[in-house]
Design a protein around this ligand. Structure first.
Ligand SMILES: [Zn+2]
Length: 170
C-alpha cells in the first residue's frame, strides 16, 4: 500500500467529469487500497479518484467514528438511484484546505456501484453516510462542495486560497 499525494483546489483535474471504469483489474484494486490508506492517514471520511489525480469513477468511504471498527467501502462507477429528504451539514474537503461551510443535501440516498472486487452492490445511506456519498460522487462529476454554496462565500474562499498559494510560492 502507498499513500498518494492529494490534489487541492484549484487543480483543474478536480473540476472535470471522470471516466467510467471498464473493468476492475488488479491495478484498480490496488489503487482503491492506496486511496483508503491515503484517506485514513489524512484523516478523512471519503476520497475520490480525481483527488489523487486519477480520471476514474472510483470513491472510497469510511464514515464510522474513529474509535469504532473501521468499515472501509470501495465504490466503482457509483450512481445515485434514489434520494429523499433534506439535511444541512457543515462540510469540508481534503482538496479544499482551511475551509468548511454549510451545504444542503438529500437526507437519504440509495447508491448502486461495484465493490472492491468488482461485484455489483447497493448501499443505502442516511445521515453522515448519505452526505459523504453525495459529496464524493460530486467529485466524479467535477463538482466540489464549493459549487453548492452561495456565490459570495465561494468567491471569498477562492480569493483567500489564491492569495495563500501566491504567498506560499514566494
Ligand atoms: Zn471532497
Amino acid at each position: 500500500m502507498a499513500r498518494l499525494p492529494i490534489k487541492t483546489f484549484p487543480d483543474p483535474g478536480l473540476s472535470r467529469p471522470c471516466r467510467q471504469v471498464r473493468e476492475v483489474d488488479e491495478d484498480l484494486k490496488q489503487l482503491a487500497q492506496d486511496m483508503l490508506e491515503t484517506m485514513y492517514a489524512a484523516p478523512g471520511v471519503g476520497l475520490a479518484a480525481p483527488q489523487v489525480g486519477r480520471d476514474l469513477r472510483l470513491v472510497v468511504i469510511d464514515c464510522v467514528p474513529r474509535d469504532e471498527e473501521p468499515q472501509p467501502m470501495v465504490l466503482f462507477n457509483p450512481r445515485i438511484v434514489h434520494m429523499e429528504g433534506q439535511v444541512i451539514f457543515e462540510e469540508g474537503c481534503l482538496s479544499v484546505p482551511g475551509f468548511t461551510c454549510d451545504v444542503t443535501r438529500a437526507e437519504r440516498v440509495v447508491v448502486q456501484a461495484m465493490d472492491a472486487e468488482g461485484r455489483p452492490f447497493t448501499v443505502e445511506g442516511e445521515g453522515l453516510m448519505a452526505i459523504c456519498l453525495q459529496h464524493e460522487l460530486d467529485h466524479l462529476d467535477g463538482r466540489l462542495f464549493l459549487d453548492r454554496i452561495s456565490p459570495l462565500k465561494r468567491t471569498l474562499y477562492k480569493k483567500r486560497r489564491l492569495k495563500q498559494l501566491k504567498r506560499d510560492a514566494e
